[in-house]
Structure formats: structure tokens, C-alpha cells
Write a protein that binds this ligand. Structure first.
Ligand SMILES: [Zn+2]
Length: 452
């Protein structure tokens, strides 16, 4: 029997990018979108086109260059936002307009200052308008899990009547519990007319560490799309982590008999790329793709794993793309392979640092043919001590100076494209004091801190 397929909707480039320190410029977003495509993601939410010119440009370029996945652009429930999203999506092979509008009383009263009736009319009107432009329209009642349930049913029904093809039920503030969230999805199936004709989606935040559990509970109750991000990045404590959702279904099909189109062997690479682009490292004990996720230090564990990996491993490192530790590094190994091995050995490098490690690695590989981990560690140490003597960073555990010059370039470019209210961040580290203009459109335009 065919297992139901779950649509994986990635919002790393939209919700993920809204998290502190995770803003990306257009070329970075395009690069990550290409990796999401390799991963086999069904829907890529590429950005929030009206939020900034940079967001608009990113959505446009991604829409123009990726042909397989659906490309979604986010819009508030008003004509200006919807039109701008549609403009950005013009070149997409499979465009989707994603409209959101808060429905909880607390949001209606304090944020939007509108009544429930006005909310209902606005949702209906925005979806209707989007539908005149685009066949594929998603509607999200923001803060759905804190919305009065009968009213939520009413809004969802109105959105479906107006033409929404996907209805997403966001746990915007990460408040829900798994049984509760599952029950909410079931209630919607019971009460909302026409819901069997659309895709129901989950969008769970991780404020209580339950984003993945809630998403899975939603799927068990009939949801067929999960919104998630790489490394679980996103507003505040983040979103449901794609790698955890995908592998939970893959490792436990007895409990979650669903399919996804994700090529799990690409998960580690996607995670690494995101960490490198945003310079936000993955916590070492992060499930699935953390540095320690497949590390065995205790003797008894090591012994067991050597005899049979199943003693302590429920999935293989290869299944999520963690490189084989027996992989031999030689002079033909690329920078990427070297970076991955360095990472496995506990060393994460910024681009400039890696350049130096790579330069010396090539010289060494030319000499000794096969570079073992011990050689590499020695080399890293060597490079570190060389660089620390040139640096003023002392008493700091990090031995490489931060690559401040490197950092300033992509950020400066994004500032040039943004508004003029950039704060100035003075990085008092490295050989010279460098002033980095520090900007992020979400701090410039308070309005856009909203999201689902
Ligand atoms: Zn969100």
C-alpha cells in the first residue's frame, strides 16, 4: 500500500531568515535555494517580497532559476502585499502566494486593532484577490493555536471558499502541546466545509521544544504539508527542524507511515551550508546533524558500535550525509571535503581561515599523499598558532582571529540595498579595528517582524 506523501515546505529563507543573526543576502539565498532543490524540498518559501527590495529580489531570482519546486512568496492580507508577491513570482514555473492574517483575539485587539468580522472579510478578500492572479494560494491564520476554535473554523472555511488550496495552521508562538495540536487539526477536519479538498499544513514553533512533535501530531491527524527549516532556525526558538521530521518518519515508519521526497543524504550538506552562510553554528548535540549526533566516546559504546553499529545507532551517518570517517583526504580533495573533515574534527572555519588551512593542506598532501586525521589536526594547530601570534585576540579560546574583513563584505552589500537606518556595529577584534555596518531589514521595518 502506498504511504501518504507529506509535502515538505521549507521556510528557511523566510521564517528562518527572520531569526536574529540569520539574515542572508541575495546570492546567499540563491545558493541555499539550490541546495534545497537538491534536497528535494517540495515548496521553497523564498521570502516576503514587500518587506524589502532585497527580499523581493531574492524571491524573483529564486523563482526565475529553480524550475522543479513550488516557489512561495509571503504576503499580508492586503492587495499591496499580494500584488508585490505576485510581481516577484512572475518567472516561477510553479508560483504560490502565501497570505497570512492573525486570528487570535489578542492579535486582533492589540496588533491589528480590527474586529473578528473585519478579520474574516479581510481574509476572504485577500484570498479572492490572490486567486485572480495565481491558482496556488495558501492561507495562514496566524496564531491559530490561540484562536477561538469556532472562529478559526469560520476563517478557514472562508479562505477555502475564496479559493485557498492550502490552509496552514500555525502555532506561531510555540504554545501548543502535541495532543492538543493534533486535536485541533482533527476538529478542523470535522467542522470545516470543503477542507477535504485542500491541503492542511502545520507550521510549529519551538518555544517549548515541541515543534517537531507538534508537526508529527498534525500529520497523524491528517495534515499533509509540514512547514519547517534547516537546523530548525526561525523566529525566537525556531521552527520545526526538517532533518528531524524527515528522519523521524524514515526511522519509524511503523509509527509514521508517510513518505517525503527528501534526499536525506543531502541533509548534512544543507545544514553545513546554512551554518557557513549565516555563521550561526549548529549546537553539537543537535539531533541528526550535530557534530556529536554520531560520535561515540564512551568505551562501551565504541566497542558496541564497532561490533555492530545498530547497538547504539538508529540510523547510519551516511543516511543523512555525514561523510564516511574512513574517507581519505589527499591532494585531490576539494576545499569542501577538507572543510567537512575539519568540522568532524571539531574545527569550524570561516572562509578566510579555511583558505589558510587549505593552502597548507595542499602542500602537505603533495608531500605525504594521504593526509590522516592526526596530520590534519597537527596542521590546524600549526596554522592556529601562526595566526594567533599575529593577532591581538588573546585569552580567547578561539585561536583564529575573526574574519572581520570577510564579514563586512556581504553585509555591507546588503546594507547598500537596505534603508539608511543601519546601526553601526564596531567589531573590536582582529588585527585592526574594523567598523561593520550592521543591518537587517527586520530591524528597520518593525511591521515585518510579524510572520506566521
Ligand atoms: Zn513562523
Amino acid at each position: 500500500m502506498d504511504r501518504p506523501r507529506i509535502i515538505i515546505f521549507d521556510t528557511t529563507l523566510r521564517d528562518g531568515e527572520q531569526s536574529p543573526g540569520c539574515s542572508m543576502n541575495v546570492p546567499e539565498k540563491l545558493r541555499l535555494a539550490q541546495q534545497l532543490d537538491r534536497l528535494g524540498v517540495d515548496v521553497i518559501e523564498a521570502g516576503f517580497p514587500i518587506a524589502s527590495d532585497g527580499d523581493f529580489e531574492a524571491v524573483k531570482q529564486i523563482a526565475n532559476s529553480l524550475r522543479r519546486p513550488v516557489i512561495a512568496g509571503l504576503a499580508r492580507a492586503c492587495a499591496g502585499d499580494v500584488d508585490r508577491a505576485w510581481e516577484a513570482l512572475q518567472g516561477a514555473a510553479h508560483p504560490r502566494i502565501h497570505i497570512f492574517l492573525a486570528t487570535s483575539d489578542i492579535h486582533l485587539q492589540y496588533k491589528l486593532r480590527i474586529t473578528r468580522e473585519e478579520c474574516l472579510a479581510q481574509a476572504r478578500e485577500a484570498v479572492r484577490h490572490a486567486k485572480t492572479l495565481c491558482q496556488d494560494v495558501e492561507f495562514s491564520p496566524e496564531d491559530a493555536t490561540r484562536t477561538d476554535v469556532p472562529f478559526l473554523c469560520q476563517v478557514v472555511e472562508a479562505a477555502i471558499e475564496a479559493g485557498a488550496t492550502t490552509v496552514n495552521i500555525p502555532d506561531t508562538v510555540g504554545y501548543s502541546m502535541p495532543e492538543e495540536y493534533g486535536q485541533l487539526i482533527r476538529t478542523l477536519y470535522e467542522k470545516v466545509k470543503g477542507i477535504d479538498k485542500v491541503v492542511v499544513s502545520t507550521h510549529c514553533h519551538n518555544d517549548l521544544g515541541l515543534a517537531v512533535a507538534n508537526s508529527l501530531a498534525g500529520v497523524q491527524s491528517g495534515a499533509r504539508q509540514i512547514e519547517c527549516t534547516i537546523n530548525g532556525i526561525g523566529e525566537r526558538a525556531g521552527n520545526a527542524a526538517m532533518e528531524e521530521i524527515v528522519m523521524a518518519m524514515r526511522v519509524r515508519p511503523d509509527r509514521y507511515p508517510f513518505e517525503t521526497s527528501i534526499a536525506s543524504e543531502q541533509l548534512f550538506a544543507a545544514s553545513q551550508m546554512l551554518a557557513e552562510i549565516t555563521r550561526v553554528p549548529v549546537q553539537p548535540n543537535k539531533a541528526i546533524i550535530g557534530r556529536n549526533a554520531f560520535a561515540h566516546e564512551a568505551g562501551i559504546h565504541q566497542d558496541g558500535v564497532l561490533k555492530n553499529p545498530l547497538t547504539y545507532e538508529i540510523m547510519t551517518p551516511q543516511s543523512v550525509g555525514v561523510p564516511d570517517s574512513r574517507l581519505v583526504l589527499g591532494k585531490h580533495s576539494g576545499r569542501h571535503a577538507l572543510a567537512l573533515r575539519c568540522e568532524q574534527l571539531g574545527h569550524q572555519f570561516e572562509r578566510r581561515e579555511l583558505d589558510e588551512v587549505y593552502r597548507r593542506f595542499v602542500i602537505l598532501a603533495d608531500r605525504i599523499k594521504k593526509v590522516q586525521d592526526s596530520h590534519l589536526l597537527e596542521l590546524i594547530q600549526d596554522v592556529s598558532s601562526g595566526m594567533v601570534s599575529n593577532s591581538e585576540v588573546s585569552g580567547h579560546k578561539r585561536i583564529f582571529p575573526p574574519a572581520t574583513a570577510n564579514l563586512s563584505q556581504p553585509r555591507a552589500a546588503s546594507v547598500a540595498a537596505g534603508a539608511g537606518s543601519a546601526e553601526t556595529y564596531s567589531a573590536n577584534a582582529g588585527p585592526a579595528q574594523v567598523t561593520i555596518p550592521f543591518s537587517d531589514h527586520h530591524t528597520e521595518q518593525e511591521d515585518y517582524l510579524w510572520g506566521v
